[in-house]
Design a protein around this ligand. Structure first.
Ligand SMILES: CC(C)(COP(=O)(O)OP(=O)(O)OC[C@H]1O[C@@H](n2cnc3c(N)ncnc32)[C@H](O)[C@@H]1OP(=O)(O)O)[C@@H](O)C(=O)NCCC(=O)NCCS
Length: 147
């Protein structure tokens, strides 16, 4: 995928972030939340552009020596092509370059594709948060990767 570029999202990308998210999650973030993420000095919102078009995003924080992955999503029409993996690798590489020692995330217990993506990157489940998700009360797996 030579024509894939990972770039920082800006306020001009709100529509595309929203579109990918609407196709990827049950409860989408309000735009205000995206604006907050784009404003936070420690947050990185990155887009994967394929042939110039944004097809996936990753939102993560780099805080206190830790990379925390908040959300990663690929538009359904473009899944299974290695885009999520590239975005995740990019986030982890930034963490390493900023001397982070740990990457963390939470994921729904039923989210097989995401868990596979994370395990493929080396994450391991270290804890289960029972009933973590509001609404349906699904458990969250807490996953860690030593960087
Ligand atoms: C999880 C998600 C981001 C993966 O994105 P993607 O671009 O399709 O992922 P990739 O093509 O880079 O796949 C990378 C690895 O993930 C795993 N994977 C991806 N899709 C999978 C699926 N449907 N079933 C099983 N494993 C899967 C595989 O291990 C794959 O590596 P491999 O192809 O070398 O075996 C995507 O499915 C998605 O957007 N889901 C909805 C949003 C979401 O749940 N995000 C995660 C919680 S924040």
């Amino acid at each position: 995928m030579d024509d894939l570029a990972i770039v920082a999202a800006t306020i001009a990308d709100l529509d595309v972030l929203d579109e990918i998210e609407q196709h990827s999650f049950k409860g989408a973030w309000p735009r205000a939340t995206w604006r907050d993420e784009l404003d936070r000095g420690w947050a990185y919102v990155e887009l994967a552009r394929l042939a110039g078009h944004a097809r996936a995003y990753c939102d993560y924080w780099v805080v206190a020596g830790e990379v925390h992955i908040l959300a990663i999503a690929t538009h359904p029409d473009f899944r299974g092509r290695g885009i999520g993996k590239r975005l995740l690798e990019h986030a982890l590489a930034r963490g390493r370059s900023e001397r982070c020692t740990l990457a963390t995330l939470e994921v729904r217990r039923s989210n097989v594709p995401a868990i596979a993506l994370y395990e493929r990157a080396g994450f391991r489940t270290v804890h289960v948060r029972k009933g973590y998700y509001q609404g349906d009360g699904e458990d969250a797996l807490v996953m860690l990767l030593d960087l």
